[in-house]
Design a protein around this ligand. Structure first.
Ligand code: A2R
Length: 301
């Protein structure tokens, strides 16, 4: 299978590329950070797609940072919606057999406890401009299927964790602080809210799901990607500390406290499991150990 990955230089894109290559796929990577076309540049994209002659496109490129979306909602919409429209249109023009569009579980937004675990039929109630942009991208992808009979599948992944993630995200941020404390002999690290519960999936399991959906998914459908288990930030922090090289304690820091709109978020991936036989393979403790190892490697260059 010849696979074109947009956003190939990002956190998930790099992990997906490694997985596809390990499976024997030919990968055409593209990302603006490595000189590929900007996905808002429709003509450049069409030229690139015509040359790539891919069988499947994994569309990951996005303005993926929620806080940035509050500061720049228009820029976020442009990349995430217009960019997705361009990718889907270029794929149709180039005869790509299947397009996998990565949206986000953020589309579900402000869920209520009675909706948990969230399945694909839950209403879409986006809270951030990022989430709204992903709802619109989801609609653009569905429209291509319903209006053009194009083979497009939407994937909504819940919280990612794993080696290589930006330390703006909670697991990598905490791991970075633990690695620094290990190096300096520190015995405390600052933490924000410990009570929110999230459905964390290792990025290496997430990309396995993406490829399985490309192989076995149903055209036009939408799939949640998640473990179905919700864990608190306290559990995540304690799990990282269990791998620390000396005892370290958590110290609440007012500066790191954030308003929490959604206390518990947890998904239902029954459809993905039934259609593709996917199941997460990397247990939580192993993920956390790998994330801390990655933080140590980054700290020491
Ligand atoms: O923003 P940059 O310069 O770091 O590049 C990002 C790239 N990208 C673009 N590529 C082409 N044209 C654009 N207009 C454009 N805007 C952004 O996509 C970056 O290299 C990549 C996205 O990687 P990350 O930000 O690390 O996202 P991650 O965590 O890999 O998420 C993958 C997908 C995204 O659609 C998320 O919204 C979703 O999974 O959760």
């Amino acid at each position: 299978m010849k696979a074109l990955i947009t956003g190939s230089a990002g956190f998930v894109g790099q992990t997906l590329r490694r997985h596809l290559e390990a499976q024997g796929d030919t990968v055409v990577p593209t990302d603006r950070t490595v000189g590929g076309p900007d996905i808002t540049d429709r003509e450049a994209l069409i030229r690139f797609w015509a040359e790539a002659k891919a069988d499947v496109v994994y569309h990951l490129a996005a303005q993926s940072h929620v806080p940035t979306s509050w500061a720049d909602p228009i820029g976020t919409l442009r990349v995430n919606v217009e960019g997705t429209q361009n990718v889907i249109d270029a794929s149709r023009g180039a005869g790509v057999s299947r397009v996998i569009v990565i949206t986000s579980a953020e589309v579900y937004g402000k869920v209520t406890p009675d909706q948990l675990p969230i399945d694909e039929f839950a209403s879409l109630r986006p809270v951030s401009p990022y989430a709204a942009s992903k709802v619109a991208a989801d609609a653009v992808a569905l429209q291509a299927h319903l209006g053009y009979d194009q083979d497009v599948i939407r994937l909504r992944a819940f919280n990612h964790i794993g080696p290589g993630q930006s330390d703006q995200f909670v697991a990598a941020g905490l791991a970075g602080r633990i690695a620094q404390a290990e190096a300096s002999g520190g015995t405390e690290i600052a933490v924000g809210n410990l009570s929110p519960r999230r459905d964390f999936t290792d990025v290496r399991d997430i990309v396995r799901a993406y490829r399985l959906v490309a192989e076995r998914g149903t055209a036009g459908d939408v799939y949640n990607v998640c473990t179905g288990v919700d864990r608190s930030i306290a559990e995540l922090a304690d799990g990282l500390l269990a791998h620390a090289r000396h005892p370290i304690t958590l110290v609440p820091d007012e500066e790191l406290q954030r308003d929490v709109d959604i206390p518990v978020m947890c998904g239902d991936s029954t459809k993905l499991r039934n259609d593709t036989s996917w199941a997460p393979e990397i247990d939580f403790a192993t993920s956390l150990g790998d994330i801390l190892d990655d933080a140590r490697t980054r700290l020491h260059g």
